[in-house]
Design a protein around this ligand. Structure first.
Ligand SMILES: NC(=O)C1=CN([C@@H]2O[C@H](COP(=O)(O)OP(=O)(O)OC[C@H]3O[C@@H](n4cnc5c(N)ncnc54)[C@H](OP(=O)(O)O)[C@@H]3O)[C@@H](O)[C@H]2O)C=CC1
Ligand SMILES: CC(=O)[C@@H](O)[C@H](O)COP(=O)(O)O
Ligand SMILES: [Mn+2]
Length: 383
């Protein structure tokens, strides 16, 4: 029986993780979960999955829930609560499906507690990849990718040698506006941007897909997860999201991982690795029905966020922290209707331009940069 703790249980990855857990009651047991503000769904999950430990984001919600949760549940809130769910319980594996750089501290706590981490929370790897990976090495903790592209690469690399890899090829759908040129992006709405062609996901990552910042974050995520230089990471537009990513080896051989777009596949693989289990649900891939797959090279002029991310990754140091925080803040302003779609990239570019490089930022410096960057984006972009 694998014991699991889950951060971000009420989100898109969180709810799918719970479905995977429920589909194999003989294999998985939920020990602890964290939720944000959605206490209505959180309460249903507590009743159905019976975790021993639960954390909510806010004290007011903790007060409300205290009266409702069974007395077998230890309830906590805030930073202390989420870190407890990540690290201080009997779970063998933490699924980190929380949104944003708020996932950094709990990830580090879990690493130091020796938990295996199934990581969906890419912002944590972008903002502090050097700290997360060096701590994982130090504590001999495994980071298992959940992000579909990184799970694909991880699957392609099974039994292979990293030194024989020539390129990681991350596929990108192009997002909600893949068929529009820049002039058509000026007046697009939040609803337009939230309409991803292939994946049903949380709001923030769906907007990131539309700006291609998602792929930019994934490039940095791949750099850290697979210890690969940026020169060896390519992005390929592939509108169907059937090939989830590929690895090219030094002899020219290319191994790809394919499947219908279904996040339960990488979630379950991270939970069962190195084994596989039956997965019911979405229709299986049928290439003869699909007939054709499409590929093209993304333009950095069209998808400027992809360019910003490669540049921030190559410069390294504090730049990825700024990139991530500026993006989180700008996307949040876009979703609130405060700025337009194209102003997301404007905010990121202006913030990166104003930043003074710090070579190897500590956790405290990263948290300070994260905070200052968000403030700067608000000052620059909201009149
Ligand atoms: N969705 C997908 O298919 C994929 C997602 N990912 C990555 O997985 C992560 C989660 O994405 P997704 O599931 O789409 O996001 P969602 O927005 O759907 O869910 C986010 C979860 O995090 C919780 N949360 C948000 N902010 C806070 C906070 N400040 N403190 C505590 N909890 C918080 C939310 O709680 P609540 O809702 O209760 O407020 C929710 O449980 C992201 O890093 C994303 O990039 C990667 C690949 C695919
Ligand atoms: C499901 C998943 O992993 C997302 O990150 C998805 O890849 C988004 O797709 P695009 O960023 O390619 O549009
Ligand atoms: Mn992805």
């Amino acid at each position: 029986m694998k014991k699991i703790s889950l951060l971000g249980a009420t989100g898109s990855i969180g709810t799918q993780t719970l479905e995977v857990i429920a589909s194999h009651p003989d294999k998985f047991q939920l020990e602890a979960l964290s939720i944000g503000k959605n206490i209505e769904l959180g309460l249903k999950q507590i009743i159905e999955y019976k975790p021993k430990l639960v954390s909510v984001q806010f004290k007011e919600d903790y007060d409300k829930l205290l009266k409702e949760v069974p007395n077998t549940v230890k309830l906590m809130y805030g930073n202390e609560g989420i870190e407890e769910v990540a690290a201080n319980n009997d779970a063998d594996i933490l699924v980190n499906a929380v949104l944003g750089s708020v996932g950094l501290r709990p990830t580090l706590s879990a690493i130091r507690a020796g938990k295996t981490i199934a990581i969906a929370n890419k912002e944590t790897l972008v903002t502090a990849g050097h700290i997360v990976t060096s701590e994982a090495k130090k504590y001999n903790t495994q980071l298992l990718p959940v992000d579909s592209e990184h799970s694909a690469i991880f699957q392609c690399l099974q039994g292979e040698r990293l030194k024989e890899v020539e390129k990681l090829i991350l596929t990108a759908s192009g997002g909600s506006f893949r068929d529009k040129d820049r002039s058509e992006l000026k007046n697009v709405t939040v609803d337009d941007a939230l309409n991803h062609p292939n994946w049903s996901m949380g709001a923030k990552i769906t907007i990131d897909s539309a700006t291609m910042m998602n792929k930019g974050l994934e490039v940095i995520e791949a750099h850290w997860l697979f210890d690969m230089s940026y020169e060896k990471i390519d992005v390929l537009l592939h509108q169907e999201s059937i090939i989830h990513s590929m690895v090219e080896f030094m002899d020219g051989s290319v191994i790809a991982q394919l499947g219908t777009p279904d996040m339960k596949v990488p979630i379950q693989f991270a939970l069962t690795y190195p084994e596989r289990l039956q997965l019911e649900g979405k229709k299986r891939l049928n290439l003869s029905e699909i007939g054709k797959l499409h590929f093209s090279k993304p333009s950095f002029d069209r998808f400027r966020c992809l360019d910003f991310a490669f540049e921030a990754g190559r410069k390294g140091g504090s730049y990825p922290t700024v990139l991530n925080a500026a993006n989180e803040q700008a996307v949040s302003l876009f979703l609130e209707g405060e700025i337009s779609f194209l102003q997301i990239e404007e905010a990121i570019e202006r913030t990166l331009d104003e930043h003074t490089y710090i070579a190897s930022p500590s956790l405290e410096v990263i948290q300070d940069i994260d905070f200052q960057t968000r403030q700067l984006v608000k000052t620059l972009m909201v009149k």
